[in-house]
Design a protein around this ligand. Structure first.
Ligand code: A4P
Ligand code: MG
Length: 181
């Protein structure tokens, strides 16, 4: 199952159990190590209050842009395998998790399959998704024509804050993957 070579895809990363920054960082490394995926850009790390049940820890969130030869479903398989490796258990919708990897955008495509909806149906409502993504690809337009920067600017930030850890890939050496994008 191969996609068009070098297709651009955006993903959202989230975690609120365990060493969340390390889990997100490890997930980015695992993606970049995959033979059919190249990590083109990653955002700063953010800290956000939980959406959903309130009795869970704050989340670490980030966004990344990938270039991939994988089809959307094959990419979802890789994201879910990396979630499993991080000890992810699916106990409760919107409940705490060690690692959540959402496929936000895949080129200009609209996908409505039982296992996969792209653009991610909730992404336009979530500052913890759009603010990091707008750092990377402000001009990327959703298939309906709306642009990421405009959507991000309209959302309340809901306590979303940059989390300036020195060893996060995009801190100190910000957007170090840009040169290859
Ligand atoms: N699925 C369909 N479309 C997609 C897609 N575009 N990307 C299916 C990834 N998966 C997609 O997801 C359930 C099913 O969605 C998968 O089997 C896949 O086939 P899941 O990850 O197993 O379950 P979930 O994450 O608990 O549910 P859901 O609805 O995906 O939740 P979200 O939207 O991922 O939200 N608060 C803060 N502050 N930060 C967060 O990151 N995340 C969530 C989870 C809740 N609250 C949060 C955060
Ligand atoms: Mg999810």
């Amino acid at each position: 199952m191969r996609g068009r070579p070098g297709t651009r895809a955006a993903i959202g990363l989230g975690s609120n159990l365990g060493d969340s920054p390390a889990l997100l960082s490890q997930a980015l490394q695992s993606l970049d190590a995959h033979p059919d995926i190249r990590l083109a850009q990653c955002s700063r790390l953010y800290r956000s209050a939980p959406l959903g049940p309130a009795d869970q820890p704050d989340y670490a969130n980030a966004a990344a842009v990938l270039h991939t030869d994988l089809s959307p479903l094959a990419l979802l398989d890789v994201l879910q395998a990396i979630e499993q490796d991080a000890g992810r258990e699916r106990l409760l919708r919107w409940g705490p998790r060690t690692l959540d990897l959402d496929l936000l955008l895949y080129d200009e495509q609209v996908i409505n399959e039982p296992r996969l909806q792209v653009p991610h149906p909730e992404m336009t409502q979530r500052a913890f998704v759009l603010t990091p993504l707008a750092e990377l690809v402000p001009d990327w337009r959703l298939p309906d024509g709306r642009c990421i920067a405009e959507l991000a600017a309209r959302l309340p930030q809901d306590g979303l804050q940059p989390w300036p850890l020195p060893d996060w890939p995009a801190n100190g050496n910000r957007h170090r993957h840009d040169a290859q994008a």
